[in-house]
Every structure is written in structure tokens, then in C-alpha cells.
Design a binder for this molecule. Structure first.
Ligand code: AMP
Length: 184
């Protein structure tokens, strides 16, 4: 990485606020609202995330509720694609396809409108952070179930100790992240 890129990532990382013991003891919550609230950081984060796909054809960006909507919407605008929301069960108004995914304890269900993707469409999956990768794994399966080609998965933050990015790469999906934090 060149010096300019290192400075940029350092500045971006400094714009993320860490809240210890939220929502429960032992969790270091990585709060991106401070990054989003800073005009320069927000723009740079979006520019950096889409960089590898500038100029390639992307049909849809799929964002995971809720912070993935903010980042995914900005990325979709940048690459001139459509946007598809992936939501928790029961939130979308039309007929849905669903997929259960692993949480730390138990499982949950995510959904997407059944007609949101046309088979063969090239899709980028977006969320703010990847931890264990359970949510993103469910989203990749959901997208593939509707015939999407998942071109990449993008996250501002990676918690590499939890292995999520490696899990998504092992599914054959390239993963792009901008910064790492140790632990969870
Ligand atoms: P996972 O399914 O374990 O990869 O968890 C990813 C989801 O949980 C993302 O939607 C994140 O926003 C959220 N998340 C998990 N861990 C953290 C953390 N330490 N700080 C902020 N958000 C987190």
C-alpha cells in the first residue's frame, strides 16, 4: 500500500467511533455514524469501496438492513446500478424469498423481494461490517437462490479474528474491506 492510501485508511479508521460493552459486555461496537457524519470520510469510504468495479457493469447493489442501506444506496448511485434491500423477516411488503442464517446463539431469517433480481444479474453485496460472516453468508445464498451472480461483497470494517471475510471468500465471492479491528 502506498503512503497516500495508508494515510487515507488511517483517517477513515479514526472516523469510526468505538463504544465498549455495547450492546452487551465484551463487545466493542464499531459505530460508523461518525464516519457517515463526516462529509470527507463518507465520500472517501464509498469511492474506495467501489474502486475495483469502476467501469464494470453492475446491475444491482444489495444492502443488508439497516446500515447496509446507507452505504449500499451511495454505492448504487456511484456505479449507476439499482438497489435491492435485504431485510429481517416480515418487513418487506411484497412476496419474498427467505434464508435462515447463523447468529452467535441461534438463527434468524433475512428476506428479499422475489422479483428484486433477474437471473444472471451482476450484484454487489454491501454491509457496514463483517464479523462472523453469518449474515453475509445468508445474503449470498439468498441472492444465488434468485439466480444472481454475486460479483463481490463490500464492507467498511472487517473483524478478521471472527473469520467472516474468509468464510465469504471460500464461497467464491471476492471480499473488499477498508479497515480491520482486532477482537470482536
Ligand atoms: P456477522 O453476521 O457476525 O458477520 O455480523 C454482522 C452484522 O452484525 C453486521 O450487520 C454488523 O453491523 C453487526 N455487527 C457485528 N459485530 C459488530 C460490532 N462489533 N460493531 C458493530 N456492528 C457489529
Amino acid at each position: 500500500m502506498n503512503a497516500l492510501a495508508q494515510d487515507l485508511i488511517h483517517d477513515l479508521k479514526a472516523s469510526v467511533r468505538t463504544i465498549p460493552d455495547y450492546p452487551k459486555p465484551g463487545i466493542m461496537f464499531r459505530d460508523i455514524t461518525t464516519l457517515l457524519g463526516d462529509p470527507r470520510s463518507f465520500r472517501r469510504a464509498i469511492d474506495e469501496l467501489v474502486h475495483p468495479w469502476a467501469g464494470s457493469k453492475i446491475d444491482k447493489v444489495a444492502g443488508i438492513e439497516a446500515r447496509g442501506f446507507i452505504i449500499g444506496g451511495a454505492i448504487a448511485h456511484q456505479v449507476s446500478s439499482g438497489f435491492v434491500p435485504i431485510r429481517k423477516k416480515g418487513k418487506l411488503p411484497h412476496a419474498c424469498v427467505s434464508m435462515s442464517y447463523a447468529l452467535e446463539y441461534g438463527t434468524d431469517i433475512i428476506e428479499m423481494h422475489v422479483d428484486a433480481i433477474t437471473p444472471g444479474e451482476r450484484v454487489i453485496l454491501v454491509d457496514d461490517l463483517i464479523a462472523t460472516g453469518g449474515t453475509a453468508e445468508g445474503a449470498v445464498k439468498l441472492l444465488r437462490q434468485t439466480g444472481a451472480e454475486v460479483v463481490a461483497a463490500c464492507f467498511i470494517i472487517d473483524l478478521p479474528d471472527l473469520g467472516g471475510a474468509a468464510k465469504i471468500r471460500s464461497m467464491g465471492v471476492p471480499v473488499r474491506t477498508l479497515m480491520e479491528f482486532g477482537g470482536h
